[in-house]
Ligand binder design. Sequence first.
Ligand code: PLP
Length: 455
Amino acid sequence: MSKRSKTSSRNADPPAHTEELIALDKRHFWHPFTPMAEWCAPEHRPVVIASGRGALLRDADGREYIDGNASIWTNIHGHNHPRINRALEEQLGKIAHCSALGATNEPAIRLAARLAAFFPAGENPLHRIFFTDDGSTAMECAIKMAVQFWQIQGQSHKREFLAFARAYHGDTLGAASLGGIETFHARFSGLGLHTHHVTDLDALEKLPAATRENLAGVAIEPLMQGAAGMRPWPQGMLARLRDWCRRHDVLLILDEVLTGFGRTGKMFACQHEDVVPDFLALAKGLSGGYLPLAATLTTERVYRAFAASGKTDNTFYYGHSYCGNPLGCAAALASLDVFEEENTLASLAPLIEHFAKQLEELQARTPHVGEVRRCGLIAGIELMHDPAQRTPFPPEKRTGARACLAARNHGLLTRPIGDTIVLMPPLCITQEQIDRAVEAIHFATLELTEKAGRT
Ligand code: PLP
């Protein structure tokens, strides 16, 4: 590793077309999670994505980048995958959208059955599937189902929730009130659900009985908290949590919006600890990262409470216009086919091993790489002023953001969480592309520090 990576090429004169797009963007497009004054500053030139193939993205100037965060944690098998493209084209030739209220459609029916088949037997299999649009609505749906479930059981007092410090479950009001990240959630606290936050299972065990008895559910991002900066939970924690929920008759809501679809090395994170929750929220990778689509899986026990009594009062009056969208479901079915046809899960093990080794080396050879937290193909690389003392950089220096900007010049596109650089590429990334991505982070970090130029 002695010379700088040169993975991107750029036309000498950016096309006028790109300049026009950027001007229009800055005039009209309000971007999510984005300080807009900085975005619109004259010196900031946004990347305009024009196309993608596999784990690579290409911008409107012709520069190529590794998609380092799988397009905000969504993409699974790569961009422009011929198998998923074909499925979408076929579905488009039939119908793009029709309502799931008062009608049904084949892709949604088949997808519901395919998802149910991941949890075949057991005392309470996850065989009932409710479709929504994104991670937040998958969680919103689980929350509302949990509240109504207890109402139907005659236990209306069970309407509070428990979540973990630094949790992130989405931005709609219900999902946001489960969140525990100051920057995202503080402004809206108190507006949504009554939620109790704990740091870990020991704190959960100490919860006063009076609080416990009012809980409808506990929500958790299994194995790893994402937006908290990619922070893994201790091994065995999930199984213990399942046990606690069972003992106290509290519904367990697993948010696998980030961890689902192979990212942790298994199809779902809960499979690492043989846990079957009462609700499983899926989104992002469900459609292969192609279209907004989400699903909330729940058990026969929950479903029967709503449906089996025959009382229409118990109907779940909840939904969205695009629930069970045929196009999204066709993409999701094709993505599941690709898992089988390309043997994706089996081929992940050597890739994950390579990823882990590269990250270990990165930490060893790159000053200011303080901590690398990893689970499967998800990694958070935390930059620190002094890793030995665990001293952070002053937040106002925005070191993580600047490192990600610098990484672009080395052909890697990703986003930071504070000073943690996220690296979680599509599962189709090659070992050589992993090397390039890690190298980009190495050089980008060096450039920001006094060590720049010494390699
Ligand atoms: N849950 C988790 C664990 C997430 O990481 C996210 C988004 O990052 C969400 C929920 C919200 O998903 P969406 O942005 O699709 O609404």
